[in-house]
Design a protein around this ligand. Structure first.
Ligand SMILES: [Zn+2]
Length: 110
């Protein structure tokens, strides 16, 4: 069985994965695709994107909650349905915005 060499040690046959520089910080990492971010930069971008996404998700959740309080009758089944839909909108908006920001956040020159 063929196994991919991920030990980081250059083998005599030259089968070790090539160390590719990160597109943002020039730190070399084995197995990285050309033009991709290293693990540290990817984690940094994910944290920034999550902060932005959380703000948008809270805004969307509050807007939907206010609209539901204003428009739905004050009966228990409608209130439960409204609460569940607010939670779902929060989760969906947060995940979507986080993904979009990670994709389109410009790289920082260091
Ligand atoms: Zn990097």
């Amino acid at each position: 069985m063929l196994r991919h060499n991920n030990s980081g040690i250059r083998s005599p046959l030259g089968l070790a994965p090539e160390e590719v520089p990160c597109v943002q910080c020039d730190r070399r990492e084995a197995g990285l695709a050309w033009g991709d971010f290293c693990a540290i930069c990817r984690e940094d971008r994910r944290r920034k994107a999550d902060r932005t996404a959380q703000r948008y998700a809270i805004g969307a959740g509050l807007a939907l909650g206010a609209w539901l309080i204003w428009r739905t009758p004050p009966a228990l089944p409608q209130r439960i349905f409204g609460a569940v839909s607010v939670v779902l909108v929060y989760i969906i908006v947060r995940r979507t915005v986080s993904r979009l920001v990670q994709e389109y956040l410009p790289k920082e020159v260091r």
